[in-house]
Design a protein around this ligand. Structure first.
Ligand SMILES: [Fe+2]
Length: 280
């Protein structure tokens, strides 16, 4: 059995620190073969840098996925073509830097990862994710049946539709972007594991990883404000998936909710002034 840990959106320094500190222990605890994590909020909640990507890969993450915040840090434009283990959403028009798919060798055979962005209530509105992923899955299945999909989107309906659309053709479809872990983990009839949102690796006492008071104040007053990443207790949330490495069928999926570092301290990172409440 191929055991994959999928970690939900890593938010800021508390999320990164929790992942880097806990991953070696989790690798032993769950006998992990492969780790995928969404890193698009790793840089103070907005995007990811080349350095932070390398830090996460060195910590034991096999592939870092992303979403609507992938372009927030300017050094990522050049870096995406240099580091194929950092994915941007598949459904950008041709010519965008980087790629939305990768296949890697493991001790238990090849494992593919696809990152796709949903469209409902998402910006920018990308190419049709269903058409884009249909072609990508067909191509990837010539190399491997073990395929992990990160569908980055706002609505439960679009993410469930993606899971059902791919049932029987990929091993797992994991939702990201909303930062709130859903309780709908299941294996669909065709053998595809699914959870609508894997949750967040980041500070617990927060609003989607950001400090509480500025966001409550923003909703009360409509005035622009900075929204720093929160401090304090962090948790690691995601899903553990067991896959038959020959057929690619999922054998199990369970939610993960692990303690992170308690030493993150108070809010230390400021993303600057932004005029809208942060989206995930
Ligand atoms: Fe996002």
């Amino acid at each position: 059995m191929l055991t994959v840990l999928f970690l939900g959106d890593i938010v800021g320094e508390p999320g990164r620190q929790a992942v880097i500190e806990r991953l070696p222990e989790l690798r032993e605890k769950y006998t992990l073969d492969f780790v995928v994590a969404n890193g698009e909020n790793a840089a103070a909640g907005r995007g990811i840098t080349s350095k932070l990507t390398i830090d996460l890969l060195r910590a034991g993450i096999s592939v870092v996925t992303s979403g609507d915040h992938i372009w927030d840090q300017k050094d990522i434009f050049g870096f995406l073509d240099l580091e194929p283990r950092l994915l941007r959403p598949l459904n950008y028009p041709k010519g965008a830097p980087g790629a939305g798919t990768i296949v890697l060798e493991t001790a238990k055979g090849k494992v593919g990862v696809i990152n796709v962005q949903a469209r409902t209530f998402m910006q920018p509105i990308l190419e049709n994710p269903f058409q884009a992923i249909d072609a990508a899955v067909n191509e990837m299945r010539r190399e491997t049946n073990c395929i992990i999909v990160d569908v980055h989107g706002e609505t439960t309906s679009e993410k469930i539709a993606m899971g059902r659309f791919l049932d029987g053709r990929v091993s797992a479809v994991l939702g990201t972007h909303t930062h709130v872990q859903t309780a709908d983990e299941q294996i669909f009839p065709g053998g595809t594991a699914f959870i609508c949102d894997a949750g967040m690796c980041g500070p617990v006492h927060s609003i989607l990883g950001r400090a509480i008071d500025p966001i409550v104040n923003r909703f009360q007053t409509n005035l622009p404000s900075a929204f720093p990443v929160a401090g304090g207790e962090a948790r690691l949330r995601g899903a553990l998936i067991g896959i038959d490495e020959t057929s690619g069928r999922a054998l199990r999926i369970s939610r993960i909710d692990e303690p992170g570092s308690n030493e993150s301290g108070t809010a230390t990172e400021s993303p600057g002034t932004i005029s809208e409440p942060p989206s995930a």
